[in-house]
Design a protein around this ligand. Structure first.
Ligand SMILES: Nc1ncnc2c1ncn2[C@@H]1O[C@H](COP(=O)(O)OP(=O)(O)OP(=O)(O)O)[C@@H](O)[C@H]1O
Ligand SMILES: [Mg+2]
Length: 270
C-alpha cells in the first residue's frame, strides 16, 4: 500500500461517519470518536463442566475508517470476537457498544431479534466460505440486504454500481454455483457494502482462495472499504495482510496481547 493510500486511510480514520453515495462519492462528517467499544468483553464456554475463557475482559476502542487486522492461532477466539461484535453471539460478561452517529447502542441491551435487525441495518459480513444464497442470482444476492431493510427503491442501481466496482456487472443473472471462488467472494463484498453499513466484518475472507485470487479479492475489499470510508475488521491467518492494516491485534489466551499501529512500527522498523 502506498504512502498516499495510508494517508488517505488515516484521514478517513478521523471521520465520525461516512456513507458511500450512488455515484461512488463519499459523504462524511469530521471529528474522531469511537465507532466500536469493547467493555470487559468476555466469552466463556463450558465443556463437560469445565469453563474455558476464550475472550478475557477485553477493553478496546476502534474508530471510523480504520482497517483493523486480527491475528491469532487457530482457536484463539478470532471468530468468537467477530461474532460478538456483529451480535450473532452474546457475551458471557461485558458488552460491545456501537456508535450509530450520536446513539450508543449496547448490544446486550438488545434482544436477539433486535440484534438481528441491528446487524442487518448496520453491519456487512464477509465469510471464508462466501455464504451466498444459492437459489438467488448475483444481482438478487446483493439487493437482498437492501430489501430486508426496506430500502428496495435504490436496490437495483446500488447493486449494479457495486457489482460494476467488483468487475461482475455483466454477471447479474448468473447463479453462485456458476462462479469461481474469487468471483463469489467479490459478490459477497458487494453484498456486504450494499446497505452502506457502519462496519464491515471479514472472517478469513481469503482463507479459501489461492494466493493470486486472494490478493485480488483483498485489494478489492480494501479499495472499496477505503473509498467508502468504512471501518473494516478482519480476522486472518495471513501476516502479510497485517502489513496493510492501520492496526494489528493479536489474540492469545483470551487477551489482546498487542495492538500496533502498523504505520508507526513500519516507520520505526525502516
Ligand atoms: N459453541 C462453542 N462451544 C464450545 N466451544 C466453542 C464454541 N465455539 C467456539 N468454541 C471454542 O472457542 C475457541 C475459539 O474459537 P474460534 O472459532 O473463535 O477460534 P478462531 O481464532 O476463529 O480459530 P480459526 O483460526 O481456526 O478460525 C476454540 O477453542 C473453540 O473450540
Ligand atoms: Mg475462525
Amino acid at each position: 500500500m502506498t504512502t498516499m493510500m495510508l494517508e488517505k486511510r488515516a484521514e478517513l480514520a478521523q471521520s465520525e461517519s461516512t456513507s458511500l453515495q450512488l455515484d461512488g462519492s463519499v459523504r462524511r462528517a469530521a471529528t474522531r470518536s469511537p465507532l466500536i467499544k469493547l467493555e470487559g468483553l468476555t466469552k466463556i464456554y463450558t465443556e463437560g463442566g469445565v469453563d474455558r475463557t476464550v475472550l478475557d475482559a477485553l477493553d478496546r476502542e476502534f474508530y471510523a475508517g480504520e482497517f483493523v487486522c486480527l491475528l491469532g492461532k487457530s482457536g484463539s477466539g478470532k471468530s468468537t470476537l467477530l461474532n460478538l461484535i456483529s451480535g450473532i453471539d452474546a457475551p458471557s460478561r461485558g458488552d460491545v457498544v456501537i456508535y450509530d452517529g450520536p446513539n450508543a447502542v449496547r448490544l446486550t441491551a438488545l434482544n436477539e431479534q433486535e440484534r438481528t435487525l441491528f446487524r442487518r441495518r448496520h453491519i456487512g459480513i464477509i465469510f471464508q466460505f462466501f455464504n451466498l444464497i444459492p437459489t438467488l442470482t448475483v444481482l438478487e444476492n446483493v439487493t437482498l440486504p437492501l430489501e430486508l431493510n426496506g430500502q428496495a427503491r435504490d436496490a437495483r442501481s446500488r447493486a449494479q454500481m457495486l457489482l460494476d466496482r467488483v468487475g461482475l456487472g455483466n454477471r447479474l443473472n448468473t447463479f453462485p454455483d456458476k462462479l469461481s471462488g474469487g468471483e463469489q467472494q467479490r459478490v459477497a463484498i458487494a453484498r456486504a457494502l450494499a446497505h452502506d453499513p457502519l462496519l464491515i466484518l471479514a472472517d478469513e475472507p481469503t482463507g479459501n482462495l489461492d494466493e493470486d485470487t486472494g490478493d485480488t479479492v483483498l485489494t478489492l475489499l480494501l479499495e472499496l472499504t477505503r473509498d467508502a470510508g468504512k471501518t473494516l475488521f478482519m480476522a486472518t491467518h495471513a501476516p502479510e495482510v497485517a502489513r496493510l492494516a492501520d492496526r494489528v491485534l493479536h489474540l492469545d489466551h483470551g487477551k489482546l496481547v498487542s495492538d500496533q499501529a502498523w504505520r508507526a512500527t513500519h516507520e520505526i522498523g525502516d
